[in-house]
Design a protein. Structure first.
Length: 303
């Protein structure tokens, strides 16, 4: 992707499909798109291309060799707009205080929030909060999975697309992917609310939404989520869910033959530091054959 005039070419719709897809998947795309809405309110200069060409031809007849004049191209406004966007992005940085922290595949990360609460993100997860107002409202948005060690104080809320978790000062783990929400309480009290119901968890209690979104309770014995110790554990999850977690923890791609039932249920665990051991632990009990086509590509089939 050319950097010198890329924004101008994007505004002019003068980029390839490959460049377009790469840009739309980048973190900057939404910011540029929002700012462009403001740019479009500016009064654009009108260009009569045909008349301009005729005037240029007439001018060329009397053109002097010492002249340094240049012909303005029809897309001049669009390239100028790109420069305006860069300026507006700078203003956006000044006036907006949203902070986003994310992890890549096979990566975990711990961050300290403005109120000294700690958040540990599992692989392929992200949190977002307003650092300017956070200590006042203590609201954070989560995608994926994270363990929270919340400093005591006012109400602390974790918002996910599958439901909200509200606490005062406690330790808890939240998993929110696709339509699944799972919350484990290790200390204090946790209130879990979704569109179906609200449940208060005490230490050693956990809740998980089923396919209809109903929250089912269960007990846990651990003092911290297992993934923080390098192991993922599962109870009655689908093979599809298991495969997605393997892909996150090892940054691999797993494909299945049509004879593999992705709705089969799995209960067990896998470690995060040994791919071959993890594959054996998961698939040998299910009588599924796995082949490492490359260090990053694995295929599954029934034995």
């Amino acid at each position: 992707m050319e950097k010198d005039n890329f924004l101008g070419r994007w505004l002019a719709d003068d980029i390839s499909e490959e460049e377009k897809k790469e840009f739309e998947n980048s973190k900057d795309y939404l910011a540029y798109k929002d700012i462009l809405k403001s740019v479009e309110k500016f009064e654009r200069p009108a260009f009569d291309i045909e008349k301009g060409l005729e005037n240029q031809k007439e001018y060329n007849k009397t053109y002097k060799a010492t002249s340094k004049s240049k012909v303005l191209k029809p897309r001049f406004w669009l390239y100028t707009a790109a420069a305006v966007i860069v300026i507006l992005i700078g203003l956006r940085t000044v006036f907006f205080t949203t902070t986003e922290v994310y992890t890549e595949m096979a990566e975990t990360k711990t961050l300290t929030l403005p109120d000294n609460s700690l958040v540990t993100l599992n692989a392929d997860s992200s949190v977002e909060y307003d650092k300017k107002s956070f200590e006042k409202n203590r609201i954070i948005h989560l995608k994926g999975e994270a363990f929270f060690d919340v400093a005591k104080g006012s109400s602390f809320t974790v918002q996910t697309k599958n439901g909200d978790i509200t606490v005062l000062g406690t330790e808890f783990n939240v998993y929110s992917r696709n339509k699944l929400l799972e919350v484990d309480c290790f200390e204090g009290k946790v209130k879990v609310t979704n569109s179906k119901q609200a449940i208060i968890l005490t230490p050693g209690k956990s809740v998980r939404s089923n396919i209809e979104g109903v929250l089912d309770s269960k007990e846990i014995k651990e003092s911290k989520p297992n993934w923080m110790s390098g192991k993922s554990t599962f109870s009655q999850v689908t093979l599809k869910h298991l495969i997605e977690e393997l892909e996150r923890q090892y940054d691999v791609q797993i494909t299945t033959n049509s004879n593999v039932d992705l709705n089969r249920l799995f209960s067990g665990f896998f470690v995060h530091n040994d791919l071959d051991k993890a594959l054996k632990t998961c698939f040998d009990p299910m009588n599924i054959k796995y082949i490492l086509n490359s260090p990053k590509e694995i295929s599954l089939s029934n034995k």
